[in-house]
Design a protein around this ligand. Sequence first.
Ligand SMILES: *Cc1c(COP(=O)(O)O)cnc(C)c1O
Length: 382
Amino acid sequence: MKFATKAVHAGEEPDLDSGSGDVVIPIHLSATFARKDVDKPTRGYEYSRTGNPTRHALEVRLAALEDSKYALAFASGLAAETTLALTVLRKGDHVVASDDLYGGTRRLFVHTLSRFGVSISFVDARLTSRVMDGFRKNTKMVWLETPTNPLLTLSDIRALSRVAKRRGAITVVDNTFMSPYFQNPLKLGADVAVHSVTKFISGHSDSVGGALMLSDKKLYEELRFNQNALGAILSPFDSFLALRGSKTLPLRMERHQENAMKIAKFLLSHPKAKNVRYPGLKIHPQFNLAKRQMKGFGGMLSFDVDGGLPEVRRFLGRVKIFALAESLGGVESLVEHPASMTHASVPRGERVKLGITDNLVRLSVGIEDADDLIHDLAVALG
Ligand SMILES: *Cc1c(COP(=O)(O)O)cnc(C)c1O
C-alpha cells in the first residue's frame, strides 16, 4: 500500500469476526481486561499501561507510515525520548548531538540525564567531520535533528549513520519537522526515528504525544519493556486523536509545503525580511542535500525581521492570522520568537553564535489560504 492509503487504513481494519465492525477503532478506556484462563490474557491485553487496543492501533499506523517494523507511542515526544535514552544509555556513556537541538531535548540531556552519568557534546552536524571529531571511546549514540529548529539546517543522515555504525553507536533522528511523509530516517540508515506526535502527525494542536519507530527486534523488545516499566504511555483518547489526525497527514503536508514555499518567496522579495531560511529554496546552502534525503521541504521556515527588537516586537504584535505561540505542525499558522520563547533557556552568547539572534522569527505555516497568510505578514512587516 502507498502512503496515503496506509495513513487512512493501517491499524484500523474493521473486525467483522468478533467485533461490531467499527470502521473507526473505539476508544478503549478500560484500565484492565478480563481473561478466561488464569495463565494467559484471552486477547493479548491484561492491563492498559502494558497494552491497550486503541494505542496498539496507533502503533500499527505509525510503523506503517515510517515503514518500520515497530512503533511505540508515548505520552509526549519527550516521554519517548526519555524512554529511549534510559533504555540505550548506561552510566558513563556519551552522546554526540547537533548543536541546534530542540530545547526540551537539550534540557533532558544537560539537566536530567547528566545526573545519571550520561554526558553529551554538541557539534555543528551540518559537517559530518565535526560529528566524527565529537566521538569519544564511550560514545553510544548520535542524536540528530534535521532540519533543525529554528535555523532549518540539515545533516546528512546516510553519511552520519554509516560513521556511527562503524564506531558502534546508534543513530537517532528526531523526524518531527518533516513527518514520515517527507522524510524516512530509517531508510537512510538511522536506527530510530523519534516524533513529537503532537506536531504534524496529530496536526490539530489538540493533543500531546510522542513515538519511536524502529526495525531492530532486540531494541524494540527492550523499549517495549521500558514503555511498561517506566509507564510514560499515550492515553487511549490521545491515541484516538492521533489516529484521526494522521489520516489527513499527506493532504496537510502538501498544503503546509505549498503555503510555506509561497511565503518563503514572498519574504525573499520583501525589503524588511532578511536571511529567509527554507530548505526548499535554491538559495538554501544545503538545497542539494534537502532534495536528496527528503521527499519535500515541509511547512517550517524562519527569517530575520530587519531592524532591532522594537521592530521585531511590532511585527509580532501586528500579525492577526498567525498566532503568537510555541509549538508547530497544526493546521493553524503560528509565529514565535525563539530568543524569548522556545530558546530563551539557551545562554545568549551561545544562542547568537548559533544564529538565533533577537531578530529571528520562526513560522509554522498552516493550511489556510496562502493569500491571506501573505497579506497578514505584509501588513505586519509594514
Ligand atoms: C515538540 C518537539 C519535541 C518534544 O515533543 P513534546 O510532544 O512536546 O514532548 C521534540 N522534538 C521536536 C523537534 C519538537 O518540535
